[in-house]
Ligand binder design. Structure first.
Ligand SMILES: Nc1ncnc2c1ncn2[C@@H]1O[C@H](COP(=O)(O)OP(=O)(O)OP(=O)(O)O)[C@@H](O)[C@H]1O
Length: 397
């Protein structure tokens, strides 16, 4: 038997929730892709949504607004509740309390069939016995449009996802990436107000994934369709989203643009989940200075009071490496020994062991050019610099 989501997606008209049959807007009629305008009303509002499975709390009082035309990614480690939240937006899961407001209407109690969305799952969920064209046409058939109009729309959709001429192929005759394009065309067939993507790229191999993610993001912008995507892949979220919602054990840890989340994480969890981060434990010794072991670092971004326990964070690409004997007036330098390094293709990831009592090595990323200039070799003695303006400080919890 099909999984609930598979049954839901193949109901076509129902899943996109046009309660009365209507002619889909053509692609050209959809609003032009636009990043959220904060002055406009949100298209989707999640208000105080809470979800319990028995005694287990999967979502804790979630508030989230999504603006018209915005691409929002729900990102977080396995089990943080992102799929549950997406399913609540779709009506495939019922929240324990709280409301979902879509386009000004409280849809909290509506079944999926009465809501206005298209959805794509990781597993494609295509009908194996229907061709690509028949899969895409499935929901359109309930609109009672003339056959040639449906065919024209199917062709338009297949062309839109780069599958012109694939009309008569069956899912088994298509690659995973092609099947997912069909699933996307099907989700968009009725021009829903909201596109929901549940890990749509996870089953694809790395190269196809990157290609398709660019295409989906471009298509989303072109159509201007408000989109919520679940992913556990931070690179995917950073590349595709207008805003990223980082989730952690049932709560929202931070919401922001990819740049803001990466450059100004609010917590060590977010800092560590998005990209790689070096952490050094220490204590504030004066207003903008922090002692970590035997190093005292200038930290102009520090807001913690004197004597507070602190965690200093710095990205691998922000640490500079300079030759061992260097300018002694340079702030935040520390001697270090190369522990190991690995070739990344575009550069090197170097593990450096700082002088003193630090137990953890510091991860640094440098270009191949820098590696050659430094004559990188195991046990080499170098000087690391933590640029003051690029280090972040968190309270130690
Ligand atoms: N039907 C259910 N019954 C009981 N617990 C559930 C149910 N669905 C989800 N959970 C639990 O709720 C938590 C959140 O699940 P959810 O699927 O939303 O996580 P996720 O962030 O999407 O993780 P993943 O990336 O692994 O899918 C998990 O601990 C999961 O075990």
């Amino acid at each position: 038997m099909a999984a609930p989501e598979q049954r839901a997606i193949v109901t076509g008209q129902n899943i996109t929730g046009h309660t009365s049959p209507q002619t889909p807007r053509s692609t050209a009629e959809l609003a032009p892709g636009a990043v959220a305008q904060r002055e406009t009303q949100p298209y989707l509002r999640i208000e105080n949504v809470h979800k319990e499975f028995g005694s287990f709390v999967a979502l804790r009082d979630i508030y989230l607004t999504v603006y018209p035309g915005e691409f929002v990614c729900l990102l977080g480690p396995s089990g943080c509740g992102k799929t549950t939240l997406l399913r609540i937006i779709a009506g495939l899961e019922q929240q324990t309390r709280g409301r979902v407001i879509q386009n000004g209407q409280d849809v909290s109690q509506l079944p999926p069939s009465k809501r206005d969305f298209g959805i794509v799952f990781q597993s494609y969920a295509l009908f194996p016995n229907l061709t690509a064209a028949q899969n895409v046409a499935y929901g359109l058939q309930n609109t009672k449009q003339p056959k040639d109009q449906i065919n024209a729309r199917v062709n338009e959709l297949l062309e839109m996802v780069g599958l012109s001429g694939f009309n008569n192929k069956y899912p088994a005759q298509m690659s995973g990436g092609q099947q997912q394009r069909v699933a996307l065309a099907r989700a968009l067939a009725l021009s829903p107000g909201l596109l929901l993507l549940d890990e749509p790229l996870s089953a694809l191999d790395a190269k196809v994934r990157v290609k398709l993610r660019t295409e989906i993001a471009q298509l989303q912008k072109r159509l201007g369709i408000t989109t919520v995507m679940v992913t556990h892949d931070q690179a995917e979220a950073l590349a595709m989203a207008d805003r990223v919602v980082v989730m952690d054990r049932g709560i929202i840890a931070q919401v922001g643009t990819p740049h803001a989340i990466y450059q100004h994480p609010h917590t060590p969890f977010v800092a560590n989940f998005i990209g790689v981060m070096n952490f050094l434990k220490g204590a504030v010794v004066s207003e903008k200075r922090i002692r970590c072991g035997n190093i005292v670092l200038d930290a102009p971004n520090n807001d913690l009071p004197v004597n507070a326990r602190a965690i200093v964070a710095v990205r691998p690409e922000d640490v500079r490496i300079v030759p061992a004997v260097s300018d002694s007036t340079m702030p935040n330098t520390v001697m270090a020994e190369v522990q190991e390094f690995e070739f990344l293709g575009s550069g090197y990831r170097v593990l450096l062991h700082p002088d003193g009592d630090a137990k953890e090595p510091v991860v640094v990323e440098i270009s191949s050019h820098e590696a050659r200039q430094l004559n990188l070799s195991p046990q080499a003695q170098l000087t690391m610099q933590f640029p003051p303006e690029l280090i972040q400080v968190f309270p130690e919890e």
